[in-house]
Design a protein. Sequence first.
Lengths: 340, 340
Amino acid sequence: MGLDDRKLAVLRAIVEDYVSTQEPVGSKALVERHQLGVSPATVRNDMAVLEEEGYIRQPHTSAGRVPTDRGYRLFVDRLSRVKPLSPAERRAIERFLVGAVDLDDVVHRTVRLLAQLTRQVAVVQYPSLARSSVRHLELVPISTTRLMLVMIADTGRVEQRLVELPGPVPPDDVTDLRRLVNEKLAGARLSDTPPLVQALVEEAPPELRPAMTTLSTVLLETLVERHEERIALAGTANLTRGGLLDFQGSLRPILEALEEEVVLLKLIGETEPSTTRVLIGDENEFDNLRAASVVSTGYGPGATIVGGLGVLGPTRMDYPGTIATVRAVARYVGELLAQN
Amino acid sequence: MGLDDRKLAVLRAIVEDYVSTQEPVGSKALVERHQLGVSPATVRNDMAVLEEEGYIRQPHTSAGRVPTDRGYRLFVDRLSRVKPLSPAERRAIERFLVGAVDLDDVVHRTVRLLAQLTRQVAVVQYPSLARSSVRHLELVPISTTRLMLVMIADTGRVEQRLVELPGPVPPDDVTDLRRLVNEKLAGARLSDTPPLVQALVEEAPPELRPAMTTLSTVLLETLVERHEERIALAGTANLTRGGLLDFQGSLRPILEALEEEVVLLKLIGETEPSTTRVLIGDENEFDNLRAASVVSTGYGPGATIVGGLGVLGPTRMDYPGTIATVRAVARYVGELLAQN
DNA sequence: ACTGGCACTCGCTACAGTCGAGTGCCAGTA
DNA sequence: TACTGGCACTCGACTGTAGCGAGTGCCAGT
């Protein structure tokens, strides 16, 4: 594993050149474009070693070298220098996000911004209900046997659900139900609600018992079991940049994966540590995405994390730039949420 | 314009063959696959006429014929025979749509169903607010100077919006505001609300005046001006079927168009008459979509129309089948909405 | 440990030739 | 007049060959 500094510099140069030109890079071009201080022949020897170690490969015998997924990984972990955002980018972020009136609005603006800045596919998860607390529960009578249950979370999310009651419930009883439900649940984290909901049913006065039972079922279903995560997506047109070279010629598997909310959630939703996560090619657990890389991070007001966001692109992407942008956008969104 | 019956039959045969094989169709293959009762030479003469009239064309001199947009138009208008849904399809529709608990749920299921059945890109517009009536307006205090305005429409749509009040408003005043707003607006069509909102401000008691003024601004903005239309999309992966032959090799313009809600709304939202609309290639007003066709129709409970839905695919698509499916799905969705 | 030189590989492009599906036209026939 | 069979022609698709050149691996020399 003798990878001395120069070999690492060569790998870095290969990655940088390949990312920008999208063409296999040869030894001669390398020494011309970078100040390596050695001759092409020497670089070739280094390349041979790098290839043997699996960091680069040759598409065909007489072609230049291309980084492998492993090579990108090493690059991301040890070689990439942080790329600060340009002032223009900072300004773009601020301009784009001010004036958002709504959680929906914030999420939509964010996902478009992210797609535009990175020129890739952007994914933003709405604040997770599992990480939210109940701010208020509203019951709106639709008919004598139907209620609309509206839950407002502290993260700004609003979920609604129709409740089909077992029998007619007079308006006064609805008021009572509303009061009881709010007394018990307001302020509680959603993940803590199941026992509380259970208690609600047990403590309900007899005449409200049937309605409360139905209501509790819906509550549990909507708020906990079905784990209603939502996702916004933008920039799919960016997949077609770079012709058909990226993604080995077929967008199909990528587009299919992007249609599955479950997949997207796995991609950007699992950010336990608050650090940025980079998944490169193979490392991805979905076969459909083995030709793609994902950069994602968590966001939230202050230090807490309420959701994830990220971008998806070809393995040959500008990792330092993308990582910087994703982080910056996540931070801005967090600040925005903190204001509400 | 002498297009006798046989020439029309030839055109129909060309369209049908081309749609199913995706290859230019020649005179010999035509007489073999269809019972036209004449020789290839005769068919060739007919083809020459059809080409002169602009209904078909030759990709290159020594190739078979391909329908033009104009040819598809004639086919759709006069030649296509209605294709009844298979029992399997009917069952799929029913199975897919029962068990929807929510408007969101209904829309999502519908759009996926449509994409799956037609194997194309499906678009479903949420019931338009412009065509809805207010069922209930709820004001939920978030802090002393902030309210969450929640509007529930008779179509099942729920819109929320944060209201930043000019000063602190005590809970009792919020109750009053809620009562006043509902008394005035509940039951009104959204398009009729502007004068009512105006009246609300004028009739408000002095102490509620400032809050009501702010509230009315948000109300108008959210419910009328910003015309909050929503759209669901599915099946973009289907664009890659048929290799790169459809859409002349580049999905880019299509994907770009699909990202613009405004474009989608124009495509499927403008269904004044309750009939199915077919836009073929050129006929589309967006340059990005000149290689695509759109089949759309309105849906709604009973005879009224509250929104549009449709699919987008290559100009060489199975028009009769697609039209039948789109219609059937729209009808089922309408019935589903009528139940609520 | 690095370098210059050299033979070698192999994808890319251009070009020529063949094949065959499909056409347009025309003279012949019912 | 309307259709048909026959025939010459067109032109894209495919195949094979040849030359080019970027890039490599190796080796002897410093």
